[in-house]
Design a protein around this ligand. Structure first.
Ligand code: GAR
Length: 185
């Protein structure tokens, strides 16, 4: 199989990145991760970039000069998919316009419910019985692009934000890999 080159954007722990790196080592998984971008040097997930020896870059995309240089690098590396994996900045609109390949995101709710932040708190406040995660294409409106796949998690009476996050993240890892397989099928 000829794999596509992908770039993963992170801001934090990078557990989705870690799972994607693991999947990408499988012979028949459709992408190779060739580049990792973090908007902060403090992202704990950068340790996975080092572990897997993937080049990474710390970047503020709001600076026009960075935007141009990162686009150049992405084209040079022939990146045909960007995966946002816990990237906690709103992606620069010029960047979305200019990068003419696929960009996807994983979000910790059943979209279109609970776009934005604090999804688990809102699930608990509203006494929802179900939550989960969604993988979707990125467009210029926050968490609003075409949905690729959702996975559900049932909410128990004794759940806290922390326990929900843990349960949803386990589903996220599978949802992200399955979505990428679906995209390139
Ligand atoms: C993930 O749960 C992801 O759904 C969420 O951040 C977490 C990152 O975890 N993303 C968002 O909230 C985006 N709006 P990770 O860094 O361990 O993969």
């Amino acid at each position: 199989m000829v794999k596509k080159n992908a770039c993963v954007f992170i801001s934090g722990q990078g557990t989705n990145l870690k799972e994607l790196l693991k999947s990408s080592r499988e012979y028949n998984f459709p992408i190779n991760i060739k580049y990792i971008i973090s908007n902060t040097k403090n992202a704990k997930g950068l340790k996975f970039a080092k572990l897997y020896k993937i080049p990474f870059h710390i970047l503020n995309l709001d600076k026009i000069i960075n935007l141009e240089s990162v686009l150049k690098e992405l084209y040079k590396k022939k990146i045909s998919l960007i995966c946002l994996a816990g990237y906690m900045k709103i992606l620069n609109k010029n960047f979305i316009n200019r990068f003419n390949k696929k960009i996807i995101n994983i979000h910790p709710s059943l979209l279109p419910k609970y776009k934005g932040l604090n999804t688990f708190r809102r699930v608990l406040e509203n006494k929802d019985k179900l939550t989960g995660c969604t993988v979707h294409y990125v467009n210029k409106r926050l968490d609003s692009g075409k949905i690729i796949l959702k996975k559900k998690v049932s909410v128990q009476l004794n759940d806290s934000e922390e326990t929900l996050k843990n349960k949803v993240q386990v589903k996220e890892y599978r949802a992200y890999s399955e979505s990428i397989i679906n995209i390139f099928r």
